[in-house]
Write a protein that binds this ligand. Sequence first.
Ligand SMILES: NC(=O)c1ccc[n+]([C@@H]2O[C@H](COP(=O)([O-])OP(=O)(O)OC[C@H]3O[C@@H](n4cnc5c(N)ncnc54)[C@H](O)[C@@H]3O)[C@@H](O)[C@H]2O)c1
Length: 318
Amino acid sequence: MNLMITGGAGFIGSHMARRMAPQAERIVLLDNFNNAYDPAIKWANVRALAASRNVVVVEADVRDAARVERLIVDHRITHILHLAAMANVRSSIEQSPLYTEVNVLGTVNVLEAARRHNVRQVVCASTSSVYGADSPVPFTEDAPALHPLASYPASKRAAEIIGHTFFHLFGLNITFLRLFNVYGPNGRPDMMPLRVLEAIVHGREITLFNGGQMRRDWTYIDDIVDGLCAALERPLGYRIINLGRGEPETMLAFVALLEELTGRRALTRNAPAPPSEPPITYCDNTRARELLDFAPKVSLREGLGRTWEWYRRVRGVR
Ligand SMILES: NC(=O)c1ccc[n+]([C@@H]2O[C@H](COP(=O)([O-])OP(=O)(O)OC[C@H]3O[C@@H](n4cnc5c(N)ncnc54)[C@H](O)[C@@H]3O)[C@@H](O)[C@H]2O)c1
């Protein structure tokens, strides 16, 4: 397998690259190292990988169609994992043009180059937030998901729909995986788990929406990596598949677990949920179990425990 991972320096991309490096003939990690969060974190994510003989790190932008196509040709890419995206619900509220450009046009560039050069399988990251606030729970892939609450999920849903045309017209194999609330070591600093952990460790206040009653279906990174690997290995035509644990927890329970692990108290403040936030994400992972043999193994307690151990080690916290 000659694999291109777009967004390869990010949280999920760099975990995938570490998993795939021993088995893939070649891995091209494409990333524009943007400053949505500190680019130094992204460079650190790929530093050790760049030393592997079969891994190439390329600073490039998926909006540059010619560059993407050149890389696919030059490296004889057979499989693509397309993760590059602007990926934060709340930051998308004020940046709709950028989110649309990167997440829609960027995806079209990748799919267009893939179909021209006979790439065997493309796996694209979509998101549980496409389900918005009016899909029945647990979320199943057949829900229409036509009422996204912000530009980020709207752009991801648009990409899924455009993806269908590449399958229909050109027979390109494309699997869109709707990822549910991914967390773990090397996690994104702009996401809830690390923000809450930082706040607890530094004695800062945390805002919990709706009295901490919002529920999220937290899914540990290693389980997500298992699902992404299975999807890469199984061309299935055009598919949309949920990838999540299927056990939503309230934010109150989430914070309580971190308090227990860290032995520190959280200072919390209540606020009404912004209109971009759905009250719950809840994965029905039946399809992933059937098609990808997906079987998430890591409970929230175990996963947060591993995340806390990682955090202590890298930050030198006792
Ligand atoms: N982490 C989650 O909980 C979660 C949930 C659902 C979906 N996803 C999706 O999974 C994918 C990976 O997410 P992540 O959490 O690793 O985020 P991340 O921000 O760590 O990784 C995304 C990477 O894409 C790169 N990138 C952004 N725009 C680019 C561009 N124009 N050209 C090239 N590279 C670009 C960024 O620099 C970053 O390194 C994203 O598509 C995201 O939408 C993540």
